[in-house]
Design a protein around this ligand. Structure first.
Ligand SMILES: [Zn+2]
Length: 73
């Protein structure tokens, strides 16, 4: 029955890690469910592809355009 116990522990462990990561990410300011610029929810697909994204695609694009306009290399 050790296998079952291990599985249960593993599940519990992964759930705990997931919730810590969620809170930690918010506290650390990296990764966000909502766009920091406009407050809209960031597409789940974008969050999955870019876990550290804090802006929606539109706002990120605008920011990059703005940086390019300022001539930042
Ligand atoms: Zn946005």
């Amino acid at each position: 029955m050790t296998d079952q116990l291990d599985e249960a522990q593993l599940l519990e462990e992964s759930e705990r890690t997931a919730s810590i990561e969620r809170v930690g990410a918010r506290l650390a300011g990296r990764g966000s469910i909502f766009c920091q610029a406009c407050g809209e929810e960031i597409e789940p697909a974008r969050r999955k592809a870019l876990p550290s994204a804090t802006r929606c695609r539109d706002c990120q694009q605008r920011r990059e355009n703005w940086r390019r306009m300022k001539g930042t290399r």
